[in-house]
Design a protein around this ligand. Structure first.
Ligand code: ZN
Length: 197
């Protein structure tokens, strides 16, 4: 073989080797990308779990009953002191009435470690009345003016402020609470009720 033929063979070998290594390095890059994706998804999962755990930690502990007391002729419910500030709305439903619905009172900013009293009804209650209480809770930093003494937030990705405000009414928080208690029975201060009509 002459020198030209040798040179052509050598060039062909070099090209084949280069192609081989290009293929190997492409496979390695693909493998590395798949690995990086898997690591990122594990990390994302860990962060999601952490946020979900934090969401559960921040949930206000639900009492088995709402305690009540009477001032004058009004029956009040007393929300137990909570470990941190919340924005709340309290709803009352008379389960003694067929088709009874929860009626929600205006929103309120409750402070940490301070029990909150809310009016329930005229006392004594009628014998047919059976109130149960619902409470919707939101993080206080949803408050528009951020004036709460200890604003904090839950980063679980729950709906933001925009979905809670009813702009055409009196700007009451509406829709789902970030946390909710439903149908907590009330514990009457006395057994007596008004005589049946
Ligand atoms: Zn949350």
């Amino acid at each position: 073989m002459d020198a030209e033929t040798w040179a052509a063979i050598a060039a062909a070998v070099v090209a084949t080797v280069a192609l081989y290594f290009a293929a190997v390095s492409a496979r390695a890059a693909k493998k590395a990308a798949i690995h990086a994706e898997a690591v990122a998804s594990v990390e994302q999962e860990r962060r999601d779990e952490e946020r979900e755990r934090r969401h559960e930690e921040l949930e206000p502990p639900r009492p088995s009953k709402i305690e009540t007391e009477v001032f004058g002729t009004t029956l009040y419910g007393r929300l137990p002191a909570l470990p941190r500030d919340y924005l709340i709305r309290i709803g009352l439903c008379d389960e003694g009435q067929p088709g009874g619905k929860f009626r929600f009172q205006p929103q309120w900013h409750v402070s940490a470690h301070v029990p909150y009293c809310f009016p329930i009804d005229v006392w004594p209650l009628k014998p047919s009345v059976q109130f149960v209480v619902a409470v919707k809770f939101w993080c206080p930093d949803l408050d528009d003016d951020h004036t709460g003494p200890s604003p904090w937030t839950c980063k679980c990705g729950g709906p933001g402020l925009g979905s809670y405000y009813v702009l055409d009414a009196d700007e009451q928080l509406s829709g789902d609470g970030h946390w909710e208690w439903w149908a907590v029975p009330i514990d009457l201060p006395f057994d007596e009720k008004a005589p049946a009509d």
